[in-house]
Design a protein around this ligand. Structure first.
Ligand code: ADP
Ligand code: MG
Length: 359
């Protein structure tokens, strides 16, 4: 069993509050990803969990035991950093076994553990090499191996893939997801990359300015973002967020007036009144050219990505509307396009940014 509980966790440096009242339960064997823009406090939070940073306020427990004043090495955790932090003069094997050696684990047991981790990470043939004789991906695997041999209660990762090139990141993402399955371990993983979060997490925690904006499974965050921040952060290309005004509410329907003179019909929500201003969220993959479309604009930019075509539509004012179309879609710059909602439904956000839930 390895559970982690954060209760009303605060962190401040002098008068500056960096982490503000964070509450989170990480379940046994769960893969939780903390995601948010650079500077939002992800590393600070992870370092507090690891015991590398003092907790200003609140309570941190691991398996029900309060850890606030327990030293880092007594918490039973292992952390993998973005900078692999390998010892350059040691071999892969020595790097991986160093913590065990410090802990006075007998050599034969140490070697067994190193070999087992090396097998999992496919590093067996590299055990006698020095870090400088390894590729970036291999070094990262050694850093992960160093964590595995310690059999920690919980693995902590701080942007471990950020130094790798794009192709290798994809490969390591898959390997880490597999590793999680194989080790059946509890993992907390920090990244600024929403794709990493979406692909690896059981649950995602979205942080902004030291505050948790939403916690949920990848699809919960994608389908029902709590606010415009999460809506804009999760999903690529970004969700279109368009300012609109309610001009008619009748029966179950509401008519919205949006940028440049277009209108959009949506299902009414409780408490929606004529004159309200709000933000409409439209996923690029849910909209496209439609005879019955009520949103009209001119195609400003077309990007042919091969598997799909991204189309940026000028509505007359406001930001360009992004539509993700089939690669065979016959669109060209300068086309006037009637855009409709082809899949799913628009998400409405109040002026405060909070999503309006439909009943
Ligand atoms: P992230 O990992 O999400 O990019 P960090 O947790 O590293 O963000 O930092 C969060 C905020 O805390 C940043 O604004 C950063 O400048 C500030 N910060 C981090 N460490 C210190 C420190 N030792 N003293 C003062 N401010 C700090
Ligand atoms: Mg960081």
């Amino acid at each position: 069993m390895s559970t982690l509980e954060l209760r009303n966790i605060h962190k401040s440096y002098g008068a500056v509050n960096i982490i503000k009242d964070v509450n989170l339960s990480v379940h046994d064997r769960e893969f939780v990803v903390l995601v948010g823009p650079s500077g939002c406090g992800k590393s600070t939070l992870l370092r507090m969990i690891a015991g590398l940073e003092e907790i200003t306020g609140g309570e941190l427990t691991i398996d029900g035991e309060v850890m606030n004043d327990v030293s880092a090495d007594a918490r039973g955790l292992a952390m993998v950093f973005q900078s692999y932090a390998l010892y350059p003069h040691m071999t892969v094997s020595e790097n991986m076994g160093f913590a065990l050696k410090l802990a006075k684990v007998p050599e034969s047991e140490r070697n067994q553990k190193i070999l087992k981790a090396a097998k999992i990470l496919q590093l067996e043939h590299l055990l006698e090499r020095k870090p400088k004789q390894l590729s970036g991906g291999q070094r990262q695997r050694v850093a992960i191996g160093r964590a595995i041999v310690r059999q920690p209660k919980i693995f902590l990762f701080d942007e471990p893939l950020s130094n790798l090139d794009a192709a290798l990141r994809v490969q390591m993402r898959i390997e880490l997801a597999e590793l999680h399955r194989r080790l059946n371990a509890t993992m907390v993983y920090v990244t600024h990359d929403q794709v990493e979060a979406m692909t690896m997490a059981d649950r995602i925690v979205v942080l902004r300015d030291g505050v948790i904006e939403q916690v949920g499974t990848p699809l919960e965050l994608y389908n029902t973002p709590a606010n415009t921040f999460v809506a804009g952060f999760i999903g690529s290309p970004k969700m279109n967020l368009i300012e609109a005004r309610v001009i008619e509410v009748e029966g179950g329907n509401a008519k919205l007036f949006i940028n440049g003179g277009s209108t959009l019909n949506v299902a009414a929500r409780p408490g929606l009144n004529v004159g309200d201003t709000l933000t409409v969220g439209l996923r690029p993959e849910s909209i496209g050219p439609s005879e019955t479309g009520t949103v009209t604009g001119v195609v400003d930019v077309v990007e042919h990505l091969g598997s799909e075509t991204l189309c940026y539509i000028n509505l007359g004012s406001g930001p360009l509307l992004t539509a993700k179309l089939d690669s065979a879609a016959p669109v060209a710059v300068g086309d006037t396009m009637k855009v409709g909602v082809l899949k799913g439904k628009p998400i409405l956000f109040a002026q405060s940014g909070e999503a309006l839930r439909d009943r």
